[in-house]
Design a protein around this ligand. Structure first.
Ligand SMILES: [Zn+2]
Length: 393
């Protein structure tokens, strides 16, 4: 059983913190989010919504029910207990069907702002530029967000905090160029309730939105490069949360806080074609998994470079990628793409659009054939390699 305490606000210099003690059986863990003092008035102490949402991914995996004396928004409780939790656990027997015990209250209905995260990635920029000066005036962005809820853990070798600060500096520049305020949120959620961010990122990001539900009316959560055709709720324990965003974000919405799974009608290749001429995207695009500047060689950098090349946009991005390095090592990038496709999994799906387009490229076809022959030769030798590896340690 996980028991949610009463949230309270404290101040640290120019920052305000929303704290909440959470009991995991008998063990107390204090969860906090921190914002600039000007946003303190939006921190929600009247509902347990943020904690239920933020910890749901963890509870589904760790097998805990949730109890709170603080009320939960009635519609949110309905959506979670009647739709989302049974929907996610039905075809994933390893997930626990969490029960939520809390008094029900009507929604706060105080939010007015429209926001989305600014990570400077393709999905993020697509969401941003889809909601600036659109004909749907009430749905245009009023704020951008910078959340620290686990995404920067992938900067471990570079330095998580150092990398986060460098990304924040760049994000502030983007927000200034777009003339939108940036809501910066720090939290210990992913360090206090440790899960792989890939599996729980939707719940962790929505924790922050619900903790500031007095601010938000609409929030666009960018799809993670997969389009709606990849939706699934089957065997999802060890799958990226984005596979079922379409369902989870619908259930995390209420009549007073609408959360959209944004951009899922398109894959990442289609999105970059749409926004590639934008000078802000050309100046600030950042996709790297490991460094605050694009490293050129991680999976995300590789697939982005291949997409830019295939879309004829490479030279426009020489400020944010080492284009010469890419051109000098193009066969290596093709080998990587071919092997990713043969291996399967999430990376296969994310690179599928560029792989399909490269089927007409003679250089890629030539590299693929060579790699194919290598795989045929290596296949019968694989059990022997494994045996040697096992005993030569
Ligand atoms: Zn990289």
């Amino acid at each position: 059983m996980l028991t949610i305490g009463r949230p309270f606000i404290s101040r640290i210099g120019e920052k305000s913190r929303l704290n909440c003690d959470i009991l995991v059986e008998e063990e107390k863990r204090t969860l906090w989010i921190e914002v600039d003092k000007e946003y303190e008035k939006y921190l929600c102490t009247e509902r347990c919504d943020a904690y239920v949402v933020g910890l749901l991914g963890w509870c589904l995996r760790e097998g805990h029910d949730i109890r709170s004396e603080m009320p939960i928004t009635d519609e949110l409780h309905y959506n979670l207990s009647r739709i989302l939790i049974p929907g996610l656990t039905k075809y994933s027997s390893e997930l626990y069907a969490v029960k939520i015990f809390a008094p029900l209250e009507s929604p706060l209905n105080e939010g007015y702002a429209v926001g989305t995260a600014c990570s400077c990635g393709i999905d993020s920029f697509y969401s941003i530029f889809s909601h600036i000066n659109s004909p749907y005036e009430d749905m245009n962005l009023t704020h951008l967000c910078f959340h620290n809820v686990g995404a920067y853990k992938s900067f471990e070798k570079y330095g998580i905090e150092k990398g986060r600060k460098e990304r924040l500096t760049k994000t502030r520049e983007v927000a200034a160029e777009l003339n939108l305020p940036l809501v910066v949120v720090d939290s210990n959620l992913n360090n206090t309730f440790i899960e792989r961010h890939l599996f729980t990122h939707t719940f962790e990001n929505m924790f922050v939105i619900y903790a500031m539900q007095k601010l938000w009316k609409i929030y666009y959560y960018s799809s993670s490069g997969l389009d709606f055709s990849n939706f699934t709720v089957i065997d999802i324990k060890n799958k990226a949360a984005s596979y079922y965003d379409l369902l989870s974000l619908q259930c995390l919405s209420t009549k007073c806080l609408r959360i959209y799974s944004d951009g899922g009608a398109f894959d990442r290749f289609e999105k970059i074609l749409e926004i590639s001429d934008n000078p802000i995207v050309q100046k600030y695009l950042h996709v790297c998994l490991h460094k605050p500047c694009n490293c050129n060689i991680c999976d995300k950098c590789r697939r982005t470079l291949l997409m830019l090349d295939e879309g004829g946009m490479l030279d426009q991005y020489n400020n944010v990628f080492d284009i010469n390095f890419y051109r000098n090592h193009i066969d290596e990038y093709y080998r990587w793409l071919y092997n990713v496709q043969m291996k399967g999994g999430l990376e296969k799906e994310l690179t599928m659009p560029v792989y399909i387009r490269l089927q007409k490229n003679k250089s890629f076809i030539s590299v693929s054939r060579k790699e194919h022959i290598k795989r045929i030769i290596k296949k019968p030798l694989r059990p022997a390699y494994r045996l040697i590896k096992k005993y030569v340690r």
